[in-house]
Design a protein around this ligand. Structure first.
Ligand SMILES: Cc1cc2nc3c(=O)[nH]c(=O)nc-3n(C[C@H](O)[C@H](O)[C@H](O)COP(=O)(O)OP(=O)(O)OC[C@H]3O[C@@H](n4cnc5c(N)ncnc54)[C@H](O)[C@@H]3O)c2cc1C
Length: 474
């Protein structure tokens, strides 16, 4: 008789006969995949090509009932479990070696209530899925900047993008969520139902259960926004960033200006002589009236001698996908991240120096601007706690050739170390790589102990342990 072997959490092996697996399949609306099944490779392959893990069994869930059954099967058999939303996370926790993968990526529905300005979103939906549905009604909630990212993982870590300075984090717009807890039951988490769980899932990742549905508040956005890039030579960065520092303080919260340092990709709006040269790109987005946005952006656009300026009105959905070609799946990626309260000359110098030694043309140093509505939420109000970091640097180290792994990782770590004296000490949990488990405490700061208490209550055996893990203490 054939048998399927799965890794259990105690690292021993759990064995299942064909009959047991067939009976499990019978209970599901979705389907099981094992190595060799048609859709197995698709289910286990995630955005970061550095992660190459092979689960022994994948539950390709079709709905909440499948998730409940999968969680019960895993708990009863003490299996190693990973949960996959959009499969975008850099650390690769969407997939585990030899265990059971609960794959939510087929659960992609987005249901918008245009009158009530809310949306119900399933956990396999990407940002593109959500934006497309909500923008049909001129609505949106703050999400990230790469449209293939999963709504689920992004939300559970906090979530921020172009709209966040004005409208808060993604979690600040979460009304409720349906969660399958470690005992396989489905509960609602909101301000009024299981409020402790609601607090925890707003930043605490997948530590407390599997979310099968998110309910979000929506806001009028676009459908046309003012957005685009201003590109300067890297050498001009000290003056431009000094100007930027004061400029952004005076702009309304609905106006954001992020920046990137990198080698210029061969984009059609850049003169060919700039391709491959080091640049500073300012990325602007304003969701209000276009003429007002033009007025606000004018001094920034007039400063210095940019080599390109492509700021203009564009569909919000187009702006939400504009960086996709630079962030395609399948590359090798290693990230390092810091939060900053401000952008000092010294910090800009460190970033510039490292841009000059960038190990691969795909690599970039990106810096998001937060503050505003993100900072107006009290620190302890959600598990995401770093409300006062105004800038988040993410070193997107990215390359194709495995032979470059060591050099690229060393470069990213070097930049991170050099920038550390300027950082607040906090970090966004969604930007942690697989070797940064020790930074989970930093990611939660003063909220960490409360998260441990919550873990003890909702998942005392750490069934949901393949993530940026908050370990139970019971
Ligand atoms: C190119 C790129 C750009 C990014 N840009 C931004 C950005 O602009 N803003 C931002 O805030 N973040 C950004 N991120 C980070 C992103 O938020 C995280 O990678 C996020 O975890 C991705 O979610 P996912 O569902 O795709 O990931 P997955 O890898 O599927 O999941 C991530 C984690 O969440 C858990 N999880 C997923 N779904 C569920 C669920 N339903 N229930 C319980 N646990 C679950 C997984 O087990 C895993 O531990 C970016 C990431 C990439 C790769």
């Amino acid at each position: 008789m054939a048998e399927l072997q799965l890794r259990s959490r105690s690292s021993s092996v759990a064995r299942f006969s064909d009959e047991v697996i067939a009976a499990f399949q019978q209970e599901l609306r979705g389907r099981l995949a094992t190595p060799g099944s048609q859709d197995y490779e698709q289910a286990r392959t995630i955005w970061n090509a550095m992660i190459d893990r092979r689960p022994a069994l994948v539950v390709r869930c079709a709905g909440a009932s499948d998730v409940m059954r999968a969680v019960r099967f895993a708990r009863e058999n003490d299996l190693l479990v990973a949960v996959r939303g959009g499969g975008h996370n850099i650390a690769g926790n969407a997939v585990c070696e030899g265990g059971l993968q609960i794959d939510l990526s087929l659960m992609k529905s987005v249901w918008v209530d245009p009158k009530g300005r809310t949306a119900r979103v399933e956990p396999g939906a990407t940002l593109a899925d959500f934006d497309r549905e909500a923008q049909a009604f001129g609505l949106a909630t703050p999400l990230g900047i790469n449209s293939t990212t999963g709504v689920a993982g992004l939300t559970l870590g906090g979530g921020f993008g172009w709209l966040s300075r004005g409208l808060g984090l993604t979690i600040d717009n979460l009304i409720s969520a349906d969660v399958v807890t470690a005992n396989g039951e489905l509960v609602r988490a909101s301000e009024t139902e299981n409020p402790d769980l609601f607090w925890g899932i707003r930043g605490g990742g997948g530590n407390f259960g599997v979310v099968t549905s998110f309910e979000f508040k929506l806001h009028p956005v676009g459908p046309t926004v003012l957005a685009g890039l201003i590109v300067h030579p890297l050498d001009a960065a000290p003056e431009v960033m000094r100007f930027h520092r004061e400029f952004v303080e005076k702009t309304p919260d609905d106006f954001v200006c992020w920046f990137v340092m990198r080698q210029a990709p061969p984009l059609p709006f850049l003169a060919p002589e700039w391709h491959g040269k080091e640049i500073l790109a300012l990325a602007v987005c304003y969701r209000g009236d276009i003429a007002e946005g033009e007025r606000i952006a004018k001094p920034l656009r007039e400063f210095g001698r940019p080599v390109a300026d492509i700021i203009g009105p564009m569909p919000y959905t187009a702006w939400q996908t504009v960086l996709d070609p630079l962030l395609t799946p399948g590359a090798r990626n290693y990230w390092k991240s810091h939060d900053f309260a401000g952008l000092s000359d010294g910090l800009i110098q460190v970033m510039m120096e490292h841009t000059r030694t960038i190990p691969d043309p795909q690599t970039e140093i990106a810096c998001a601007q937060l503050g505003g509505a993100v900072s107006s939420v009290p620190r302890g109000a959600t598990a995401y706690n770093h409300r006062d970091g105004k800038y988040v640097m993410n070193v997107h180290c990215r390359w194709a050739d495995p032979a470059k792994d060591e050099a690229c990782i060393a470069w990213a770590r070097g930049l991170w170390k050099a920038a550390a004296p300027f950082a607040t000490g906090s970090v966004y949990v969604n930007f942690l790589t697989q070797d940064e488990g020790e930074r989970v405490r930093e990611a939660y700061g003063e909220n960490f102990d409360r998260l441990v208490e919550l873990k003890n209550k909702y998942d005392p055996s750490n069934l949901f342990g393949v993530n940026q893990n908050i370990r139970p203490t019971v």
